[in-house]
Design a protein around this ligand. Sequence first.
Ligand SMILES: [Zn+2]
Length: 259
Amino acid sequence: MLVVFFLFGLSFGSFIYVAYVRFSPDISLSNYLFSITFNRSICPCCHHRLRYWQLIPLFSWLYLKGRCYFCQCKIPYDYLLLELLCGCAFILIGLDKQGNDLMLSHKIAPYFQVILFLLLACWFLLLAMIDFRYCLLVDFLTQPLMWLGVILAYFNCAFISLEMALIGIFFGYLLLKIPALIFYLVTKKIGLGGGDIKLLAALGAWIPYSRLPLLLIIASLLGMIYYLVLRYLLHYSSLKMIPFGPFLLIAGYGLIYFL
Ligand SMILES: [Zn+2]
């Protein structure tokens, strides 16, 4: 089981990296889906189309010693790190959520629960990486998260009831929309992106609404720590904008996981 989870993690890590590098802020959903589904991988230096054996997660990187087979251009370490991170995360989440005691705590089938947690982990990771890079949470990546939560709640396959999910969406939206609106009225500046507001609404479909304020507090604390580390430990002086999405996602995943 350990090896299976690790191999799945490596493959999903590889896919997340592809989905991350092929995203651009102005891309449409159809182009994005086409690009991550059908476009073959190429070397960013020599534009050679990569062969199938060069696309095997982890092993290709190790076999090629981190260099392109054709032009010897270096393949970035972050590619390998992301695959390994996903491999380890899949083992931890997969084995943990298979535990007997946890199986009994939810109504839903254990294997379905494992798949759901792994899927959410991948989804959240991709959203967080994109938000870190572009300070952008596009609707076509956040809205389906909300709809999936609602659909699963409707079929009684989620962690909360449909009623709770719908209230959560509404409450999550208002919880950030109202402060954002007040901030804008007072300062005439946009303090919080619309994507963050929609993301919290989407997370509301997964978490009991009574815990959404806690989610916001944890996310804000994480964001503050991140800011302080950048500003005072790493001496970044020109910090204009910090993405809030990654912290909402970390706090949200933690709350869904330990629900
Ligand atoms: Zn190359």
